[in-house]
Write a protein that binds this ligand. Structure first.
Ligand code: ATP
Ligand code: MG
Length: 512
């Protein structure tokens, strides 16, 4: 019988006892337990944070029998420790409700550890008492595991709730300080969540908390590798085009040698045997749309976005930056790291086809007033390019450009008319689900865009009327040489009448 896919559980015990496939992360767990004491990890949604935390819990509770066959099994003594588990789930819309959730969490820990605290009205005081009593009762240092450490803040980042976000942040800061001031009782503490707040704002006391989020040694602590598909998931992947799977879902880079998959995507894909935006669908980026509104919807910038390390690691509710949210939430990943004069710069991009297509499509839905028209344009564009019927391209491009409100783009990061056309074309091609390659974005006004659909490659060049011959330019730049392994390669020039703001002409030539 096939082993089961753990789509619907993040409980380590169930996975191990009920015949689910488990990708062994106990090497990372052991490394942490042996070399670290206060650890922080951030990963986007559905990356396996809760399952990893639960794995730590079983290790520290001494459930050795669950680990048979796994890396850690014969390398660790599994001596039981009292574990305090804090999972921030609940209603955080007011400071009072946050405190209530905290008290309920303290209560369930008391029950589990068979301890009763005297102080049951102030969560921080109760936390401190629980720690001390657990240490005394079991004669062992305590382990603290915190899931969604940032949820009470993240649930309130929208402008109208910022005051609550700040109050919750203050509350969490004092709550987490208990960890610092009770160092003597603690064996190990692990905090995880989606965001990385600037240290001062929430962990001001916790100087010894080590952030492993971008530590290459822990690059694979969450997520699946391509080799997992052919090993552990072999029974499910036979006959599947794994390179297509890679293009759709791989691509998250946490500075390891290899890129990783989001587990949720892979599990759902293997279950349904159909490409779909499983991960993207689990959350709607409405909050991001609001942020983008203020700076223009140029999604093309996200193909190649240079940021400083500060952008990656500090989420500041007083000054929320689009790049930070895009990266931490998992819509962008690291494409390249550059060191320049002692400073580290990161180049970000969309991780894969799923996110690129879904994100562009989502933004288009938002900015094209007529949604049916948008769908029709995407479908027609896809069909024309899949069939190679380039004579029909001019008409669809005309409706494409007229569907995207020009005013929305004439913002600080769109410098000229030509960029507007590039961005609109790019958004539609990506949104329609084509494979996109951006050859050169050094000059944002003149991107070279390549779209691949099935066995056909299209190299696009946008030109204002009278600015020279686009086909000749494509040939001179020789970008097409990269694609000579495809059966059909086309050079396509789109000539824009900038006065009338419309497509003057589409010229094309098959170069292979
Ligand atoms: N190492 C693994 N082996 C097998 N399945 C895994 C592994 N890691 C994660 N999964 C599966 O991936 C899914 C997502 O995991 P989990 O719920 O732990 O992620 P999360 O990061 O906590 O998500 P969220 O941010 O939504 O809380 C679950 O179905 C889980 O069982
Ligand atoms: Mg979780």
């Amino acid at each position: 019988m096939k082993k089961r896919l753990p789509v619907d559980t993040q409980t380590f015990r169930r996975i191990r006892e009920e015949g689910y496939i488990y990708i062994d992360k106990t090497k990372e767990a052991l490394d942490l337990i042996q070399d670290y004491r206060f650890v922080f990890l951030s990963r986007p949604r559905r990356f396996g944070k809760s399952l990893f935390l639960d794995t730590l819990k079983e290790i520290f509770e001494g459930s050795k029998e669950l680990f048979e066959g796994l890396y850690i099994y014969d390398k660790y003594d599994f001596e039981p420790h009292p574990v305090i588990k804090i999972d921030w789930a609940g209603d955080f819309k007011t400071l009072e409700s946050t405190k209530e959730v905290a008290l309920a969490i303290m209560e369930s820990n008391q029950e589990r550890l068979d301890i009763s605290c005297k102080h049951t009205s102030n969560p921080s005081v109760c936390f401190k008492e629980l720690l001390e009593k657990a240490y005394q009762k079991y004669g062992k240092e305590v382990v603290i595991l915190i899931d969604e450490y940032d949820k009470p803040i993240l649930d309130n980042v929208e402008k109208e709730n910022l005051d609550v976000a700040k109050q919750n942040r203050e509350f969490l800061r004092s709550f987490y300080t208990i960890i610092k001031s009770n160092d003597a009782y603690i064996r190990f503490a692990f905090l995880t969540g989606v965001s990385r707040f600037s240290r001062v704002s929430i962990f001001s006391g916790l100087n010894n908390l080590i952030d492993i989020s971008l530590n290459p040694d822990f690059a694979y602590i969450c997520g699946f590798l391509h080799s997992n598909l052919t090993n552990e998931f072999k029974e499910y992947t036979e006959g599947i085009d794994l390179e297509e799977v890679r293009r759709w879902y791989n691509g998250y880079n946490f500075l390891g040698e290899e890129k990783v998959y989001n587990p949720y995507d892979i599990l759902l894909f293997l279950k349904n045997k159909q490409f779909d935006n499983y991960w993207f669908k689990t959350a709607t980026p409405t909050f991001l749309i609001k942020l983008l509104k203020d700076r223009g919807y140029n999604t093309l910038q996200f193909e190649n976005l240079e940021v400083s390390s500060r952008i990656l690691d500090s989420f500041d509710i007083e000054d929320i930056e689009v790049e930070t949210v895009m990266f931490q939430a998992g819509y962008l990943t690291i494409k390249d790291v550059k060191r320049r004069a002692g400073k580290t710069k990161y180049i970000l991009t969309f991780p894969n086809q799923e996110v690129r297509t879904s994100f562009n499509d989502y933004i288009l839905d938002y900015i094209v007033p007529n949604r049916q028209l948008k769908e029709r344009i995407e479908d027609t564009l896809y069909d024309i390019l899949a069939e190679g019927e380039l004579d029909k391209l001019k008409d669809v491009l005309k409706s494409l450009f007229s569907s995207v409100p020009y005013q929305l783009f004439v913002r600080k990061d769109i410098r000229d008319t030509e960029s507007y056309y590039s961005v609109a074309l790019y958004m539609y091609l990506s949104g329609a689900g084509l494979q996109i390659e951006i050859e050169d974005t050094t000059d944002r006004g003149r991107i070279d865009l390549t779209a691949i659909v099935l066995d056909k490659v299209y190299i696009f060049e946008l030109k204002m009327e009278g600015e020279g011959n686009p086909i000749q330019q494509i040939k001179e730049k020789r970008y097409y040489e990269k694609y000579l392994n495809y059966p059909e390669v086309y050079a396509v020039g789109i000539i824009i009448d900038s006065k009338e703001k419309t497509v003057k002409d589409v010229v094309w030539e098959r170069v292979k």
